[in-house]
Design a protein around this ligand. Structure first.
Ligand SMILES: Nc1ncnc2c1ncn2[C@@H]1O[C@H](COP(=O)(O)OP(=O)(O)OP(=O)(O)O)[C@@H](O)[C@H]1O
Length: 280
């Protein structure tokens, strides 16, 4: 999914909420959008979802997207199960597959006993689970989550963490807004912030966002190619002479970084993985 030179303002003469935004989220990537309240994060996701049209620029999607809006309309005249079934059908699932997956997600979120309850009578938290389930049911290639964890209980938040990571692991592009910098921290490839001027800037993820230990990973790149610009945890880099490089990253990101080095390009040989000296 890609936004190219995207600008957005509501109405002529309105202020530019977003300006000159370039953003690409490729298959297998998890990207977080941060920013102050009212900065335009939800606007960005609505543009990505195709619910709003950009005032300038282009938005390209590889196929249908699934989207959890900041506010889910519970006033739809369905019960939870038949709503999920309908969403599944809209996404091209057979009735049987849609029914099976609806049941599975209701089960996974621990709300199977609410399957027959009208959405309008569900509690806010249960409704949020349905909002999340409708986005996951069709295993979308693009998944957009606008503060989708808000209102979920800790167990359901963990299910959503897993589901988002699973989607990316299976080649989905996942773009999410969340205020918690530790949300999917070890799995997120990049973080961008919407600024007051409407611009989108990459946030250098700190080497130790949780104040935890820093891991050093030393790799050799036999063909001497540069490592990708974007790596999980935005590690600090130091040349070690020859074609070897030392990467320093928080413990929370080190597994994801190693995985991405081992499966990505250029091919690397891991020389050492250790906790940074002086760390307790
Ligand atoms: N449909 C609309 N019509 C006019 N203005 C709008 C509309 N939607 C959003 N805005 C304005 O655009 C700005 C950005 O809103 P948006 O909801 O995208 O911000 P946000 O970063 O998601 O905020 P929050 O963190 O509070 O959810 C705000 O000033 C908001 O009032």
């Amino acid at each position: 999914m890609e936004l190219t030179a995207v600008g957005k303002r509501y109405g002529r003469g309105g202020r530019w909420i977003l300006r000159g935004v370039h953003l690409a989220v490729g298959p297998g990537e998890l990207v977080r959008i941060a920013g102050a309240n009212g900065s335009g994060k939800s606007t960005l996701l609505r543009l990505a979802a195709g619910i709003e049209r950009p005032s300038t620029g282009r938005v390209a999607r590889p196929g249908p997207v699934a989207y959890v809006p900041e506010r889910f309309p519970p006033a739809l005249p369905f019960d939870a199960a038949s709503y999920l079934l309908r969403v599944g059908r809209v996404h091209g699932l057979s009735a049987e597959a849609a029914r099976r997956r609806a049941g599975w997600w209701l089960e996974r979120f621990g709300i199977a006993d609410r399957a027959g309850t009208p959405l309008s009578r569900l509690s806010k938290g249960t409704c949020q689970k349905v909002a999340v389930a409708q986005a996951l049911i069709a295993e979308p290639r693009v998944l957009l989550l606008d503060e989708a964890w808000t209102g979920l209980d800790p167990q359901a938040r963990a299910v959503l963490d897993e589901a988002a990571a699973e989607r990316a692991a299976r080649g989905g592009a996942v773009l999410f807004v969340d205020h918690d910098p530790t949300r999917l921290a070890g799995r997120t490839g990049a973080v961008y912030r919407v600024g007051a001027d409407g611009g989108l800037r990459a946030v250098e993820q700190e080497a130790r966002p949780e104040g935890g230990p820093v891991m050093e990973i030393e790799v050799d790149v036999p063909d001497g190619s540069p490592l990708p610009e974007r790596l999980p945890g935005a590690p600090e880099r130091a040349a070690l002479g020859g074609t070897a490089v030392r990467l320093a990253v928080s413990r929370a990101h080190s597994d994801a970084l190693l995985r991405s080095l081992l499966v990505g390009r250029p091919a690397v040989r891991v020389l050492a993985v250790r906790r940074r000296e002086g760390e307790r």
